[in-house]
Design a protein around this ligand. Sequence first.
Ligand code: PMP
Length: 419
Amino acid sequence: KARNDMTAFEEMESAVRSYSRGWPVVFEKAKGYKLWDKDGNEYIDFFAGAGALNYGHNPSEMQKVMIDYIQNDGVIHSLDMATTPRKKFLESFNEVILKPRNMDYKVMFPGPTGTNTVESALKIARKVTGRDTVIGFTNAFHGMTIGSLSVTGNSFKRSGAGIPLNHAVSMPFDQYVDEQDSIAYIERFLEDSGSGVALPAAFILETVQGEGGINAARLEWVKKIEEICRKWDILLIIDDVQAGCGRTGTFFSFEEAGINPDIICLSKSIGGVGLPMAITLIKPEFDQWGPGEHNGTFRGNNLAFLAATEALNNWKTESFSQNIKKMSSLFQERMKRTVEKFPQLNADLRGRGLMLGIGVHVDGLAGEICAEAFSRGLILETSGAKDEVVKFLPPLIIDEDGIKKGMDILEESIQAALE
Ligand code: PMP
């Protein structure tokens, strides 16, 4: 059946349309890296809930623990009360993720979303340093609340709301910025801080900018930013909301850079099955919250804790991570062949792990390719300040067959968009 069911879609138009993805069907079922609409059409998912579904749709083990818990009348909503699922998640996160990496952090539940973890990071950084300014980067995306928006680089995202905070500074970073220039610029800015510019509380950065165009920072550059932070006694916040939880091949996106961030933001796939959940990791010496200084009603979703704990099992051995790296190589080889077939795209390849993109340097074409792909059963989004990047964010459980099918559809879609 046609993958375009505007009548059904329009029935839902009573919802506020501040942000709606234009996929004109009603989705009904999902498993692994596939979705189905209500007419039974199949879609390959290279979008993964914007990164919230790293483990795929409806992983059976996670479904099972949640169903058992509900059937046994387990506590679902518990704010910040102690519960067994919460306790088990914290234990497991320590055992499976932090200890083997020699990482010593306090785990905070800042609220259910990515924006909430970023807000908590900005607040605690400002509190412990007693300074106000936070430095973000061009093309960064950190969320939609006023604080996180103020360190978001893309001014379009702020349009209408104005520039929210006075104390946010944006430094240059994108796919094309000369990294040495960027470092020199930042150092110069900090040197000037003696003569009137306030010394910042923190830097906040994504090691791979997700919404900003799959701009992967070189690991040396990330390391250099850390050195600058140490030299000037500035806190380093890594926003791993999209690039974390295995997306780049390791649990944290910065592991291969060998840095020690002061604060780490995680959300999206930390909840395992796509349930809202976020955590903020804070070096113990910076855990200086007063009682009630940062709280929120939805910090204790026990179904999310259960699924999250189950998800961590994937990190007990090397095989999950190895598979991501293997699939990433397959993907990248195929992307290379695809862009070679279509020199008209004037394309470049971007990203790390399974956070990949094709920069398409013909106005509007990336969006057309994604629309063509959807009509053929492949879910893709654009990213970048001008929506110039076709973004690949498949669930990490993608296999060879999924990559092949998806990329075959992509090639047909490019062909159609060029005609
Ligand atoms: N930080 C990054 C890097 C993100 O990609 C996002 C979401 N795309 C956010 C923060 C905000 O997360 P949320 O939409 O859950 O508020």
